[in-house]
Design a protein around this ligand. Structure first.
Ligand SMILES: Cc1cc2nc3c(=O)[nH]c(=O)nc-3n(C[C@H](O)[C@H](O)[C@H](O)COP(=O)(O)OP(=O)(O)OC[C@H]3O[C@@H](n4cnc5c(N)ncnc54)[C@H](O)[C@@H]3O)c2cc1C
Length: 425
């Protein structure tokens, strides 16, 4: 399933996926979903639950994209803090904050209701500060969520050290709403659940052309086609030429992870003994967790552009040495990566690209919970809820200016951000 030279921990530890056919012949559906990651699968599941006939196609298979490759950290909230979101979105702000805060509940509720076997752990998410400046931000963030009744608390330096097992951090927050999943199993579990309540899912069925028809839309793949009243485009960072402006509305940023052999018991007890996951506050974010077998999973963003996996590997091993020097000698047999869809305003986007053609994308690295939530909103929208009634604003599509250069610019930006991170220390 994966790219050459990569060995994904999630791929190696997931049970085999269900066999599914490719799309063949001409079929009809009320809603066609293009892309079987969390966005498309959550949309399909919620549509099927509502009794709406839905068919999903993917170029590869469910979870092939970011949904099967990510860190599995289930995180509440977006880049912007609740106060700012409320200022930004006016009357809609409170509902939006509530929706982003409740996104982990939706994930763990689906897992429970559909008995999805994806190693769910809900011991919380740590955001740990690497500088006085970011400690202030994290403290303010925690207080803003507390003011809204969320189970988020500020951590002192010693508390952060005890919970993370690292001496690197000045403090942070513990957000009890968060947790972890085995991300590929979660994606496959959503697919199975959607299928079990009536959705049709097709493997190996890339949409090669999307055109208007008198009844709605015509979705073409090499082996067959789908006639649908409404189409949901859920291709996110892997968006291609079928709707070029959508592809140009996000910048796909590579993110890599490595995973160790199971830690010896002494390290297993010292590193993240409470079973939380961590993201730090570096501009070039690092994130880590253990899996249920005690493997240390370390991820980082910042390897923009076509960084050879070996170079990414070295950057990650350096992160391990800095954060957990005692784990530096471990073997790291797993290494893999994927693309995170970044937006210019750091917000996920919901669009109606044309009548009956909907899209949701751009989670900026917070998609396990948010894509599941946006998928549910897309289902409601496709099912007849007016766009204005959704908790998230629907916006006009805006291509990022000079998109190809934006990626080049991102490479320059990364060097600059790396330097700023070094200065923060
Ligand atoms: C390395 C990495 C680590 C991350 N870590 C975290 C984390 O710990 N926590 C978190 O919240 N978020 C994380 N994210 C982000 C999260 O994984 C994504 O936001 C989320 O998975 C997006 O889901 P999606 O369904 O929108 O897109 P995807 O899962 O990328 O799915 C898009 C699908 O569209 C399909 N597709 C594309 N074009 C076509 C076509 N023409 N026809 C048919 N199918 C098509 C692709 O094959 C793909 O399966 C991470 C991302 C990466 C890459």
């Amino acid at each position: 399933m994966k790219d050459a030279g990569q060995t994904s921990l999630w791929e190696a530890t997931a049970p085999k996926a269900r066999e599914r056919p490719a799309l063949a012949g001409t079929q009809r559906a009320h809603v066609a979903v293009i892309g079987a990651g969390y966005t498309g699968l959550s949309a399909a599941l919620h549509l099927a639950e509502a009794g709406i006939d839905v068919a999903v196609i993917d170029t590869h298979e469910p979870g092939w994209g970011a949904s099967g490759r990510n860190g599995g950290q289930v995180i509440a909230g977006l880049k912007y803090d609740p106060d700012k979101l409320e200022r930004m979105f006016g009357r809609r702000g409170a509902a939006l904050v509530e929706a982003v805060g409740a996104a982990p509940d939706l994930v763990f509720d689906l897992i429970r209701r559909y008995q999805i076997r994806c190693e769910p752990v809900r011991n919380g998410w740590l955001q740990l500060a690497v500088s006085e400046r970011t400690l202030k931000q994290v403290t303010s963030r925690a207080k803003q969520w507390q003011a809204r009744g969320a189970a988020v608390r500020v951590l002192t330096g010693p508390e952060a050290a005890a919970l993370s097992g690292s001496a690197l951090y000045l403090g942070g927050l513990l957000d009890a709403r968060g947790g972890t999943v085995q991300p590929l199993c979660y994606a496959r579990g959503l697919a199975d659940a959607a299928e079990d309540v009536g959705a049709r899912i097709f493997h190996a069925s890339p949409c090669t052309r999307l055109s208007r028809a008198h009844y709605g839309w015509f979705v073409e793949t090499p082996g067959g086609s789908l006639a649908a009243r409404t189409v949901i485009l859920a291709t996110n960072a892997y968006s291609g030429p079928i709707w070029p402006e959508l592809r140009r509305s996000v910048v796909p940023v590579p993110s890599f992870q490595i995973a160790s052999d199971p830690l010896p018991q002494s390290l297993r007890r010292a590193i993240l003994p409470g079973g939380q996951s961590v993201s730090d506050t570096r501009r070039l974010l690092r994130y880590f967790r253990q899996d249920p077998e005690g493997r240390l999973v370390m991820g980082a963003r910042g390897s923009f552009g076509q960084v050879p996996p070996e170079q990414a590997m070295q950057l990650h091993l350096k992160a391990v040495r800095e954060i957990f020097p005692e784990a530096a000698g471990l073997g790291f047999p797993y290494r893999w990566g994927g693309h995170v869809a970044m937006t210019s305003d750091h917000m996920p986007h919901l669009h109606e690209l044309a009548p009956g053609l909907l899209a949701g994308l751009g989670y900026n690295g917070r998609g396990v919970a948010m894509a599941t939530m946006i998928g549910r909103m897309l289902a409601a929208w496709a099912g007849g809820t007016p766009g204005q009634a959704l908790p998230f604003p629907t916006t006009a599509l805006k291509a990022i200016n000079l998109h190809d250069f934006a990626q080049l610019g991102a490479r320059v930006a990364v060097r600059y951000l790396r330097l700023r991170d070094a200065m923060d220390r």
